[in-house]
Design a protein. Structure first.
Length: 504
């Protein structure tokens, strides 16, 4: 039980308590199971104290010294521990839900199985801390110092890890579902068995020398189970450096917003809307990365900064587009009425005009013939990769400019390769799509590097061969691979390479 004399002294406030401790440095502090909820203990010297199972909910412990204390199983929910010294403190199984730990020192602290859900841990030193099995869901860990921390089996779903330093930390089997990890340092971090479903990383995320044998890409909220393993084969693991190579590339691509327009697209309305969007957000460097047709729908991919508010930008551009579309069609209708057209004729004409303006080939044709964007004033708008009607292609505009009469065939062959790769095993398909993205980027450059392009084509052929090997010679699949290989060779010839250069 708690020492009643110590409880009485502590309730008199930090000044009285600290004076007593200074006079009695050797007396053991034992306040286990004590209820000190709502107390103001800011600045109190509670180092080496025993508070196991104590109640500290809503207590003010800011700037307190709790180093080497035992707070295992303590209730510290909603407590203010900002700037507190908790180094080497035992907080295992403690309840720190919604606690404020801003700028606290927690190096070497034991927080295993602790509940830190919704806790604020910005700028906290957690180096070498044990956070295994801890619940850090929705916690704010921005700029936290987690070097060599143990986060195995920790729940970091929806946690804010932006600008955190996780170098050499162990996140094996951790739940990183929907976590934000921009501008974070994961150098030599262990990620084997972690779930990275919907995590937010970007080119600013450092993934150098990450140690990872496999990861999971799907999280079931109901069961808490991880699934969609990568590599897919349970017996396979990533080769050294493979995780970094795969996900550092993907990270750059994640800094995009897909604007989906389900009823086609009016180019004039969209370009005017995009121009207005850039003018209103001139400091956000928004550019068009690519355009894709998907059945009757159309997708415009915008490239934005990693820290951009993607939801706000998506809402903004869609609202502007709807307004511009309505305004343009009102103008068309007014002109037709002045020309004496009937209502039914007006509707038919507007439908036809929208279909014509939706055709992406019209925009590509304009780029090829006039060497500039359409007549709409873009005032510096950037096109990161031109236009494409394929599901993944981003650089058709540059390809058209570089290959003239062969451009249509080059685009057709790249599109065909993407479609054929859909039948490949998941890993070979991913390799093919990645190589095609890089190939399109190379082909869109004004100055070509034949040796570099030849190597890419060799890797495409190798991926097709690997896919055929895994399929075990199935007739239909082998036919797809043969067509795939022939298309690679034809693509090489269209861009001026010989078959000898393309042979793996």
């Amino acid at each position: 039980m708690a020492n009643e004399n110590q409880v009485t002294l502590l309730r008199q406030g930090s000044e009285v308590w600290n004076a007593w401790r200074k006079e009695n440095p050797r007396i053991e502090i034992s306040l286990w199971f004590e209820d000190l909820s709502d107390a103001d203990l800011s600045g109190a010297d509670l180092s080496n104290a025993y508070f196991s199972n104590a109640y500290f909910s809503n207590v003010n412990l800011s700037n307190a010294n709790l180093s080497n204390a035992n707070l295992s199983n303590a209730n510290l929910s909603n407590a203010n521990l900002s700037n507190a010294n908790l180094s080497n403190t035992n907080l295992s199984d403690a309840d720190l839900n919604n606690a404020n730990l801003n700028d606290a020192a927690l190096s070497y602290a034991a927080l295993n199985r602790a509940n830190l859900s919704h806790a604020v841990l910005s700028n906290v030193d957690l180096s070498y801390a044990d956070l295994s099995h801890a619940n850090l869901s929705n916690a704010s860990l921005s700029k936290a110092y987690l070097i060599n921390a143990n986060l195995t089996m920790a729940n970091l779903s929806s946690a804010d890890l932006n600008k955190a330093n996780l170098s050499n930390a162990d996140l094996s089997n951790a739940n990183l579902n929907a976590s934000q990890i921009l501008y974070a340092n994961l150098t030599q971090t262990k990620l084997t068995g972690a779930c990275i479903a919907d995590w937010q990383i970007g080119s600013s995320t450092v993934l150098e020398n990450v140690k990872c044998d496999y990861i999971f890409r799907t999280y079931d909220q109901q069961t808490g189970q991880f699934s969609s393993r990568l590599p897919i084969d349970p017996a396979s693991t990533f080769a050294p450096g493979e995780f970094t190579q795969r996900f550092q590339i993907i990270a750059s691509a994640l800094e995009t917003i897909d604007i989906t327009l389900t009823e086609g697209i009016d180019w004039q309305a969209f370009f005017q809307s995009f121009q207005e969007l850039r003018d209103s957000r001139s400091d956000e460097d928004i550019s068009i990365q690519g355009m894709e047709s998907k059945g009757n729908a159309f997708v415009v991919r915008l490239e934005v900064r990693a820290e951009a508010d993607k939801a706000a930008i998506e809402t903004d551009i869609k609202q502007r587009y709807a307004y511009q579309l309505a305004a343009l069609e009102a103008q068309y209708e007014q002109k037709l009425r002045l020309q004496g057209a009937h209502l039914e004729d007006i509707r038919d004409f507007l439908s036809f005009e929208r279909q014509e303006r939706t055709r992406l080939s019209k925009v590509v044709e304009t780029m090829a013939n006039e060497q500039k964007v359409p007549k709409y004033d873009m005032r510096g708008a950037q096109f990161a990769g031109g236009f494409a009607e394929t599901v993944q292609g981003n650089n058709v505009g540059g390809i058209i400019n570089n290959y003239g009469q062969n451009a249509d065939e080059v685009v057709r062959l790249i599109t065909s390769l993407r479609q054929l790769s859909e039948a490949f095993p998941e890993e070979q398909k991913a390799d093919v799509l990645m190589e095609l993205d890089d190939l399109e980027s190379d082909l869109s450059k004004p100055e070509q590097e034949p040796k570099r392009v030849g190597k890419r084509l060799q890797r495409l052929i190798a991926a097709g061969t690997a896919a055929a090997t895994l399929a075990g010679g199935a007739a239909t699949f082998s036919g797809n691979v043969n067509e795939f290989t022939e298309n690679v060779f034809e693509l090489g010839e269209r861009i001026g390479l010989t078959r000898e250069v393309m042979q793996p």
